[in-house]
Unconditional design. Sequence first.
Length: 335
Amino acid sequence: MQVQAFFSLKDFNTFGIDVRAEHFVVVRSVVELREALAHPAHPKLILGGGSNVLLRGDVKGLVIHNQIGGITVGEEDAYTVSVAAGGGENWHGLVQWCIERGYGGIENLSLIPGTVGAAPIQNIGAYGVELRDVFERLEAIDLQTGATRSFLAEDCVFGYRDSIFKRALKGRYCISRVHLRLTKRAVVNTSYGAIREQLAAQQIMEPGIREVSEAVMAIRRAKLPDPADLGNAGSFFKNPELDPERFERLRDRCPEVPHYLLATGRVKVPAAWLIEQCGWKGKRFGQVGSHARQALVLVNYGGASGSDLYELSQSIAASVEARFGIALSAEVNLW
Ligand code: EPU
């Protein structure tokens, strides 16, 4: 374990923002993590894949890059299997590992950038599936005491791109291992229109988990810029959820507004649509902009600062608020 001083985080965040950590260390095991926690620098911040964070300036204290690895199979029955993965494992690597073994449940979450440990924090979701649908439990290390604590699904208080780790327990834990309950006789979820269209275009009538994964990857590659080519962190804002009266007022003004009814009775409206209506889609301002194929994705064309991106996001949110009276909230974590 080697602590480095004034370490550039450029290669450790998918926006590619060049800021420095006062101290930086990679940990590959819980033992190393506890060693890092004994370092005097304060505060301690856990960084996973850096795919959902906007770094707005140099970072004080010790940045701990979680690379705790390992994927293992736990108890199984005729239909299901428990799979555990280290918090530092690459999420898509875990998805592929499961598909190769015929374990279903996370194929719709193919190609989401980031690590296994970050997945429950965000309750990652895509194409009709969320992490909480397959979540069993996790182990996390208390950053103050080094103690291990186990969290069941109900302890995590999962919501839309939300969990207790973004709220009451923000910055308190490092997620060291996540256990998922997957199926051995998978029933695939093709409820999302784009998946159905993709499979139909390929004339796949009875898709298995591999075909669904491939369809999801094709859709993502067509719409979302690859951070290796263009700095970004996926959706910058959450899709706002409106109460029915509020939604009806919006629909009176804009009958064409896309929307999804939620089980709660609220109505989800795509933030991408609101942003596009305000004229931001595909527009570039210096080194930052809104992506041409997905308005909700803000991009760094190279050399942008975190403040450049933050200011763009603020201007976008202000114009959506002014035009529609809807407050957008950031989906990415702001450091
Ligand atoms: N739309 C526009 N303009 C655009 C893009 C989309 O008007 O530029 C409208 C269209 O009506 C489209 C609708 O928005 O039908 C939804 O678009 P899309 O299917 O691309 O999904 P999204 O709501 O923008 C969400 C997640 C994504 C996830 C996709 C697929 C959030 C904040 N984002 O995006 O997650 O991949 O659904 O399930 O919920 C992420 O979290 O970083 C992320 C990429």
